[in-house]
Ligand binder design. Structure first.
Ligand SMILES: NC(=O)c1ccc[n+]([C@@H]2O[C@H](COP(=O)([O-])OP(=O)(O)OC[C@H]3O[C@@H](n4cnc5c(N)ncnc54)[C@H](O)[C@@H]3O)[C@@H](O)[C@H]2O)c1
Ligand SMILES: [Zn+2]
Length: 375
């Protein structure tokens, strides 16, 4: 069942069709009339048995193309130059033409990698994303940022490349481990804070249901939340695809968040948890600088508590090392760290006036906020 059909149209007039539904991959591929001679599916081998869908069967019924699976390691390790070369080697060994298609089936790791492979193979072949984590559905698979990691830092090699089709099938989320859903959910809270008070209010009022992450029993609510999140991302990307201005608001929570992710070598905290740390820190800074007044900051802390992020233990942070990692982050412009700070629920500003003292004091605050107490 297809519930929502959205589209993202860039300045250069490329249209990405975005489907949101349940058990909708076959129908979506059929209506897309995939006419490529070859389809390369980049995924993790384990997902073929974990996902509650039969992708082989779906592809058999959806198209007459020759389908080839390309398996890469699970986890962030797949966003490497080695995996990237491996994918291209496989593709060139099989043979590829401009009209062929790459499908990225998996979480954000896969959609980032598959997107980069598609964008560089023969200077760009067709790309379809089938994101299967909450984080990838609401964020990574949409917007055209693709990339892999370099030893110097995360996502340092990449491109802007828009897929032709994105299929968000809520049924695939049924096998998603709860902590993965919990991590991805932070990006949904982010949309509420930066741009969408009505969404924020729904997240607050439906917390007891949503925090079960039961994508089967509460499917209609989830489809609406996912769809609303994607609409927020589309609205931003359509206005500023290459992040020259407005798109930076999507980095709310990511300035300190990415710093913490890097500090712990990307292997301690899931991306979404770092975004939760970062949103809390940015809110503290906004309050300290009087950008957010009244009970605004408390409302943001409260939603983080409502969704149990305070139960994640934030290990002691060496602030000098954190600052060093933040300095390496792509959000640094002209040596100044750019912060997205909330001014109200649904409103943010970009500030370049955050001092080292602000950052250190926000880190002290989040060390007490994310205490790791068991519920
Ligand atoms: N391009 C962008 O705009 C953008 C935005 C946000 C994040 N990202 C990137 O996304 C990546 C993180 O993505 P992620 O959180 O989805 O992690 P991930 O892709 O590593 O997936 C998390 C885990 O879930 C498993 N999995 C995936 N779908 C599943 C399912 N339906 N059922 C059971 N298991 C499933 C995966 O095999 C993996 O082990 C990071 O590399 C980050 O940089 C990119
Ligand atoms: Zn993110």
């Amino acid at each position: 069942m297809i519930l929502h059909k959205l589209s993202l149209v860039t300045n250069s007039n490329h249209t990405t069709n975005v489907i949101i539904g349940s058990n909708c991959i076959l129908e979506s591929l059929q209506s897309h009339s995939l006419s490529s001679k070859r389809v390369f599916i980049i995924t993790h081998e384990s997902l073929l048995t974990t996902l509650p869908i039969d992708i082989n069967d779906i592809l058999k019924n959806a198209c007459n193309s020759d389908c080839y699976f390309i398996f890469v390691p699970d986890g962030e390790a797949a966003k490497s130059i080695d995996s990237y070369s491996y994918c291209l080697n496989q593709i060139f060994d099989i043979g590829v033409e401009r009209g062929d298609t790459i499908i990225g089936l998996g979480g954000g790791v896969i959609t980032d990698l598959a997107g980069f492979v598609a964008s560089t193979c023969l200077r760009g072949i067709k790309l379809i994303n089938i994101p299967t984590t909450l984080l990838a559905q609401v964020d990574a698979a949409i917007g055209g940022k693709t990339g892999i990691n370099h030893v110097t830092g995360k996502n340092l090699i990449g491109s802007f490349y828009q897929p032709d089709l994105i299929i968000n099938d809520c049924a695939t989320l049924r096998s998603l481990p709860k902590h993965e859903a919990h991590s991805g959910f932070a990006e949904i809270i982010k949309y509420g804070v930066i741009n969408d008070k009505p969404l924020f209010d729904v997240l607050s009022s439906q917390a007891q249901v949503l925090k079960l992450y039961n994508f089967e029993h509460n499917e209609t609510l989830w489809l609406d939340i996912i769809s609303q999140s994607i609409k927020n991302k589309i609205a931003v990307v359509e206005q500023d695809e290459k992040e020259s201005s407005l798109r930076a608001i999507l980095n709310f929570g990511h300035t300190i968040g990415h710093g913490i992710e890097a500090l712990f070598d990307y292997n301690t905290y899931k991306h979404g948890f770092c975004v939760a740390f970062g949103m809390c820190a940015a809110t503290y800074i906004a309050k300290r600088k009087n950008f957010i007044t009244g009970d605004g900051a408390e409302t943001i802390y409260q939603i983080l508590r409502l969704y149990d992020y305070q139960h994640i233990l934030l290990k002691p942070i060496k602030t000098t090392a954190l600052l060093h990692h933040m300095g390496r982050d792509k959000k640094v412009k002209d040596s100044k760290i750019r912060f997205i700070l909330p001014t109200d629920i649904g409103k943010v500003i970009l500030s370049q006036d955050v001092t080292e003292d602000d950052i250190l004091s926000s880190v002290a605050f989040i060390q007490t906020f994310f205490r790791g107490d068991t519920p």
